[in-house]
Design a protein around this ligand. Structure first.
Ligand SMILES: NC(=O)c1ccc[n+]([C@@H]2O[C@H](COP(=O)([O-])OP(=O)(O)OC[C@H]3O[C@@H](n4cnc5c(N)ncnc54)[C@H](OP(=O)(O)O)[C@@H]3O)[C@@H](O)[C@H]2O)c1
Length: 306
């Protein structure tokens, strides 16, 4: 089976490349190419279509995205070209080649106002440009591929891993700095979601491809996949400090101070409660839930091993 992967240099792309299943021929791409990766600019729709036409993959695994949530507010055209235009271009080309698309998407397509977990079939209502651009990508996949069962959207949330820029890495650095200076670390406590490790997420993506290919139409068109449990950014920061010390990555952790979203204004609004209901996906993929704190311990152990 041939799989065209985008965003291969990103944090999820890295984990996906480490977990390539036997029998998969991977064509891995990044914006600039190099290091065994082909160059593919996701803002260039004709290049995306040409890549599919040339390689005729069984699947496109579209992990690449414009992920700078705050910067997207001032670069809406680019965010929409990458997050909306690339999935549309892939879907258009895959309609002709009869390939399939796994489109990685986000909890930010929801407004976070309902206060209980979101089911896959609920209406999108993004708060910011990033969420709107990812929602546009989802809509393109639905319009062009879902009726044939060849487009699958996999939404996830609060992604972090042992490599790449993410909340866990930032917090490990800040814990070390603030513990040394004796200053507390202020972290937002009134946004709730679920941290999701790239290691467990990559396994879910590969399983979705395996299942989606074997049993056409058996996978729902929208899957929700996150690690289990719920947390605020404050809870997540506290756990990163505790596990960082426990696993020997930190000598000491800083005191974490809970603050509100209003205390930490950002250019982009974020959903205040974005838990995703994942039960259906766990059953469909036959993957058991793993609590986010266990998944975090694994990631921090990997960081410790580097
Ligand atoms: N991170 C999260 O918290 C989160 C939460 C929910 C869903 N997701 C989704 O999960 C997927 C993986 O995200 P991630 O966390 O792995 O993000 P990431 O580490 O930022 O990786 C995204 C990759 O996409 C690449 N990219 C951006 N613009 C590009 C372009 N024009 N052409 C080619 N490549 C481009 C980036 O390359 P550069 O480094 O060169 O920009 C980067 O390597 C994305 O679809 C994202 O929307 C992420």
């Amino acid at each position: 089976m041939k799989v065209l992967l985008t965003g291969a240099a990103g944090q999820l792309g890295h984990a996906l490349r480490q977990q390539v299943p036997a029998g998969v021929e991977l064509i891995a791409t990044s914006r600039g190419g190099g290091d065994g990766l082909l160059a593919l600019d996701l803002a260039d729709a004709s290049a995306c279509r040409a890549m599919v036409q040339q390689h005729r993959p069984d699947w496109v695994l579209n992990s690449g995205a414009y992920t700078a949530v705050d910067k997207a507010e001032s670069e809406p055209e680019l965010a929409h070209a990458v997050n909306g235009g690339a999935p549309r271009a892939f879907a258009e080309a895959l309609r002709d080649t009869s390939g399939r698309l796994l489109q990685v998407s986000t909890d930010f397509v929801f407004n976070g106002a309902q206060g209980h977990p979101y089911c896959p079939d609920q209406a999108r209502d993004p708060l910011g440009v990033y969420g709107a651009s990812k929602a546009a990508g989802e809509e393109a996949v639905e319009q062009l591929l879902s009726s044939s069962g060849r487009g699958v959207i996999l939404r996830t949330s609060w992604v972090y891993g042992p490599v790449g820029r993410n909340f866990c890495g930032t917090m490990l650095r800040l814990h070390a700095q603030r513990a040394a200076s004796g200053q507390p670390l202020a972290v937002v406590a009134d946004q709730v979601g679920c941290p999701t490790s790239t290691l467990t997420l990559a396994a879910a993506c590969w399983r979705a491809i395996e299942r989606g290919g074997e049993q056409s139409g058996d996978l729902a068109p929208i899957l929700h996949w996150c690690d289990a449990g719920a947390a605020s950014w404050y809870d997540f920061a506290v756990a990163i400090g505790e596990l960082g010390v426990e696993r020997g990555v930190l000598e000491a952790s800083a005191l974490v101070q809970p603050i509100t979203t209003a205390d930490y204004p950002t250019p982009a609004l974020r959903p205040s409660y974005s838990l995703l209901e994942c039960t259906g996906t766990r059953l469909a993929l036959a993957l058991p839930p793993r609590h986010w704190r266990d998944a975090l311990a694994e990631v921090i152990s990997r960081v410790a091993a580097v």
